[in-house]
Write a protein that binds this ligand. Sequence first.
Ligand code: SF4
Ligand code: SF4
Ligand code: SF4
Length: 333
Amino acid sequence: MKIADKNLIGIRRIVQGGFFIFCLYSGWQFYNFYQWATGKSMLPAARPPAVEGFLPISALVALKKLLLTGQYDLVHPAGLTIFIAALLIALTLRKGFCGWICPVGFCSNMAALVGQRLKIIRQAPKWLDVPLLSLKYLLLAFFSYLILWNMDLAAIEVFLRTPYNMVVDAKMLFFFLSPGRITIMVMVFLLILSFFNKNFWCRYLCPYGALQGILALISPTRVERTAEKCINCRKCENICPGAIEITAKKSIWAPECVGCLECLAVCPVTDCLSLTIAPRRRVPAFLLPVLILTIFLGLWLTALGTGHWRSTIPLQTLKHYYSIEASISHPGR
Ligand code: SF4
Ligand code: SF4
Ligand code: SF4
């Protein structure tokens, strides 16, 4: 462990916390925009594009259109940009979006921290853990079948231009602001489970994380363990948010690794754990968050500068659909 590595946990919390606060702020801005756009407030407000980061299904449809036609869909371009950034980071730097940027991951980490402090956190036994781990892949397979396999270009064009896709951000807002009884029960259930089981939602249920995990399998960036130096103290395993059996491996390529580097930060033996980029070249650990943020912020700036960040839906169209949002349902229903 080097002195700089020790600071990685604090740096990660600051980065994650920063993105979390930014998301809360964007949600507040979006609420004000919605109120103004529907005539419930006289205070003009701008629509924050970042809220589209919570629309991964729409982003997946738009990504397929981009791959098929080369055209960047401009209904929710910020959502597509964030999605591409997350996938690009996974392909090169492990699930760095999960580990350093995603606000849900941050909440999940905080709940696990509380669970650890209260000593109530438990790892599910293998016979339960393995089938539960498959759930997020089943959900990913379901969405991949519906979108990547089943939707042709014509269906994609129709979906992206539906009133539903245009108001799906407002639907997401009300999903959080006025959830139904079942939604509340599910959310409370997941929250409680997160105190008892490390990162329950991320580990078992999030298809977004599952997709990143699959892409990360070919990522050239890894944590490597020098077995000869390891004293088997298991501090790395106790802190690992992915509950990975680090002491049983030499190279960590597991899809659960979010590149948080907390294992490096707590390892008491110098150079026992290290960050490598293929072909097994050791690099300073701080390079990982620097590269993750460079890709994420670099794509954001590029999208902003080239007109691929703000939605081009005319304000009047948006105002009209927002005013009838409650009556607009998913085109498949
Ligand atoms: S698994 Fe899903 S919710 Fe968890 S950090 Fe990753 S993207 Fe966010
Ligand atoms: S193996 Fe290390 S870098 Fe990967 S998730 Fe676990 S603690 Fe984080
Ligand atoms: S923290 Fe370091 S020394 Fe301890 S078990 Fe993990 S790799 Fe080995």
